[in-house]
Design a protein around this ligand. Sequence first.
Ligand SMILES: Nc1ncnc2c1ncn2[C@@H]1O[C@H](COP(=O)(O)OP(=O)(O)OP(=O)(O)O)[C@@H](O)[C@H]1O
Ligand SMILES: [Mg+2]
Length: 231
Amino acid sequence: MPEIRVESVSHSFGDGSTRRQVLRDVSVRLAEPRIGIIGANGSGKSTFVRLLNGLVQPDSGTVTIDGRDTVRDGPEVRRRVGFCFTDPDAQIVMPTVAEDIAFGLRRRGLSRAERDERTRRALTAYGLEGHADHPAHLLSGGQKQLLALASVLVTEPDLLVLDEPTTLLDLRNAAMVRRLVDDLPQQVVLVTHHLDLLDGFDRVLVFDDGRIANDGKPTEAVAAYRELAMR
Ligand SMILES: Nc1ncnc2c1ncn2[C@@H]1O[C@H](COP(=O)(O)OP(=O)(O)OP(=O)(O)O)[C@@H](O)[C@H]1O
Ligand SMILES: [Mg+2]
């Protein structure tokens, strides 16, 4: 598994009177296959995971993935770290399903035939083969989430970051995404408010006001989160 190292990271948004510190001297090393992130709204979860592919650059401290710095080695880090947003519409960029999947493969030095073959395999793997030429924006919410995942996974990242991938989904589609995530060979960092998604995870971090308030097995971390929420 890749090794994620976050060292003394602090981060604020805004300037002057609107300045707000969102991460407060966070240090953690993560090398487990399945890592969950939970915590209250606004506690810094999305900001934290956005550090992992350089979408957010820390004000101070460093973030490395297998020794590669997310700021200094940005392009290399982004090739290795796939990122899925909560809202698949935010990352579906091409008109049709197949074109959207193929889009992630541009600038990878692949031949046209290789790109087509990888796209075809991804369509089949995610149950989208019947939709290859359909307009992506006409898919259902669950299908869009699968497309967003397929478009990231086709690039074969070493680490997959998922920020609330099931929030917009019904039970059936949420279960489908869960199975898909369970079966991935890659390291996964998953942010969620659906605590039962984390059953069987190796490690769960609880964020509270920009700090890691608990770090342990799912049952322990979820109990700590419940306690924080009741305070
Ligand atoms: N681009 C931004 N500009 C300004 N403030 C931001 C930005 N992104 C996040 N924030 C602020 O940082 C704080 C933490 O946000 P973050 O999105 O990391 O929280 P979260 O834990 O993911 O919450 P949620 O559970 O609601 O998704 C919030 O107060 C938010 O308003
Ligand atoms: Mg968030």
